[in-house]
Design a protein around this ligand. Sequence first.
Ligand code: CFM
Length: 590
Amino acid sequence: MSDLSTTPPEGYDSEGYPIPTATQPDSEAVRAEMLKIYPPKTRRKREKQLLANNPETPPEIGANTRTIPGIITQRGCTYAGCRGVVIGPIHDILHITHGPVGCSYYSWLTRRNLARPKPDQPINFLQYCMTTDMQEEDIVFGGEKKLAAAIREAYAMFKPKAIAVYSTCPVGLIGDDVHAVCRQAKAELGINIFGFSCEGYKGVSQSAGHHIANNGVFKHMVGLNDEADKEKFRINVLGEYNIGGDAWEIDTLLKKCGIHVTATLSGDISYEQITKCHTSDLNVVLCHRSINYMAEMMETKFGVPWIKANFTGAEQTTKSLRKIGKYFDDKQLIDRIEEVIAQEMAALRPVQEAMRKRLQGKTAAMFVGGSRAHHYQHLFKDVGMLTVSAGYEFAHRDDYEGRKVLPSIKIDADSRNIEEIEVEADPKRFSPRKTPEQLEALKAGGFNFKDYDGMMVEMKKSTLVIDDISHHEMEKLIELYKPDIICSGIKDKFVIEKLGVPCKQLHSYDYGGPYTVYTGAANFYKELDRMINTKVWKLITPSWKKPADPTIALGKGIDSPTNKAIRETVAGMAKAWKPQKAAAAPDAEG
Ligand code: CFM
């Protein structure tokens, strides 16, 4: 909603949720329908991951557990979460993948974490793809020497300030000691070189890779440079990776308000910015899932407090700016923030109103990552669209139910696999940014530090929450909810579109964006209109609207022409097949 008034505008219910134009199915019935195909053991597990929401007392959801083999999941691997997500965007260090070429190749510019060379810092290494390209011989005899040679070669060519090395699955299996190689190379070359044990199999998803990356960035980079920026009102933006230029929009907006960003972790960030980010005065956490560890460690060691904020959606951006203003408690800053909000909303409101007229009452479903499936619901709400179902790929219970459940999360063997580093207050450099009295006053005024309420409290009652959605569940969802748009990723985009529903990729933004703050919100509303209101979807008759074709129903029309043809082809192939060895060897019987 464009203003922050308490009476909901037309098209919204008394709780402020948009009213959908089409009648919605009962979420419990949809859930039962999705689950019924599974064998009992699978069903028991999936039952915990599919729930009808209750915003007042969010039900306990099964999250961050292994995907059952055979289920088509959207998840990625631990290496992807470490190398690709959290550290990959640092643009002026070298990233070397120790492993077969594929892991490196597929993490090469596939995530749109944009970076641009600065006048004083013209280096951008992100377009390079570096790997040790392990071969069979390295797997058998060990790859440490090859890694040491690769580091030397890369250093000689690029003379970087730092090199990060990432382990892939085979490296962990054969036991190469990447950390020892990195220590040795560091001593030899005199630059910062460090490794990550982020083998793809290390955790149940990329989420494990985030944690490993946070630990490594904290241990090897944060705190190396104590020289603080001169500007007043310094913050770090954590969990913002500049996909499609999002971080640049946030930077521009904050600058207008007079707020200085020391570092954005890790969107378009330099090595130097990371090394001094502990000198900032506030950590503003956007993606809680990928970087809450860093926020916690920086607070413990250096005394930088953290707050959760969200720059996705107009209303959320306004709230977040006001929260930052309140933290610094400076009259001039607060006034300036209000001026900027008024200016930005004056520009956005006409777009929002126009788009709301075209989108009001439409519905959306969202399955992505560990934070966007929550945050983007606000952009939909801005233009009168209701999210009928949502879920994360790899988030933990706290991202769904809120951080209050943290003490009750059971640590399983998979989580125990990930190192929890012990952090203590730095004897010299720990400095609380606020006095205990100031903190108390802020808290008394309703200000929440280190808190995240999660997705469920902000989602309408009975909305279907689905963790780690499978393709089968996605197809059922489309059949039963018929949402006007689904936000997801490349793994299921075309399955969704073949079923006649537009799919907006929320990872890569389908080459679009930025979508953060007010300027980005305008882009997103227009994108929704373009995708939903195009006539092209009416040209497709999705399979669920067609009558079942008996000739292709396997197991049904056993004597149908299609099935007969398949049987004949298979029989012909079997007849023609000869075992290779037998054909080459002398005829045993002759
Ligand atoms: Fe955080 Fe992200 Fe996300 Fe994420 Fe990601 Fe991403 Fe994402 Mo893709 S860090 S959890 S691991 S907001 S790459 S920028 S879009 S799945 S919802």
